[in-house]
Write a protein that binds this ligand. Structure first.
Ligand code: DX5
Ligand code: ZN
Length: 216
């Protein structure tokens, strides 16, 4: 069970300090890379990730919401990201790219939007270390959790179990004290939380609470 707070909801002018706030209680730091093409929002890219790597005690979980992840993803892995997730909807050569991420020493993730079915990717489970299921439409923090994705979380867990693979199942979007139990019950084991952590008065305590709730 892992908590990966998303810095999308943090103060971008003080990223190193914001990451330090949760370094004792979280497992990963979720970094949302958006290019204003795959999603209607623009955040940060490789130079900021490279800078943040020097200041983060926790490994970076880079979520690439970009067109052309085939071109960019291996560079995040080579820079030292602990995990790099590409989107199924954007990758043109996902198997090659996932293998390049792993070859560069990072965990390889495959991301799937709320309306994208998981079944077409079943045969790729052996190529990945994490499956990311979006539980909001990607692009912005602070959106409402989409319950409609929960049956897919259950099916994804069954597919992973059926193949007996050590693939982590991440949920991303609208995860909060109110929704995390439903996600855990459906089989998720890595929880991204932006607003629920960085919108709280005490982000470190918010992470602790989320973990306790997920473990219930
Ligand atoms: C949305 C991003 C998420 C976002 C989650 O496109 O991928 O990681 O930061 O934020 P919350 O937890 O506020 O929904
Ligand atoms: Zn994300």
């Amino acid at each position: 069970m892992k908590i990966s707070p998303s810095i999308l909801s943090a103060d971008f002018a003080r990223l190193a300090e914001e990451v330090a706030l949760i370094s004792e209680t979280a497992d990963w730091v979720h970094v949302d890379v958006m290019d204003n093409h795959f999603v209607p929002n623009l955040t940060l890219g490789l130079p900021v990730v490279e800078a943040l790597l020097k200041h983060s005690a926790l490994p970076l979980d880079c979520h690439l919401m970009i067109e052309d992840p085939d071109r960019w993803a291996p560079q995040y892995a080579e820079a030292g990201a602990g995990s790099v997730t590409i989107h199924a909807e954007a990758a043109k050569a996902p198997i090659r790219t996932l293998r390049a991420i792993r070859a560069a020493g990072a965990r390889a993730g495959l991301g799937i939007n709320p309306a994208t079915p998981v079944e077409p990717y079943e045969d790729l489970l052996g190529e990945i270390d994490m499956l990311l299921l979006m539980t909001v439409e990607p692009g912005f923090g602070g959106q409402k959790f989409l319950d409609v994705v929960l049956p897919k979380v259950r099916r994804a867990r069954q597919l992973i179990k059926g193949r007996d693979l050590p693939v982590w199942l991440q949920v991303d979007g609208g995860v909060s004290a109110e929704t995390i139990e439903r996600c855990a019950e459906a089989g998720a084991d890595v929880f991204v939380a932006g607003n629920a952590v960085y919108g709280a008065d005490d982000p470190a305590e918010a992470v602790r609470n989320l973990r306790a709730q997920a473990e219930e």
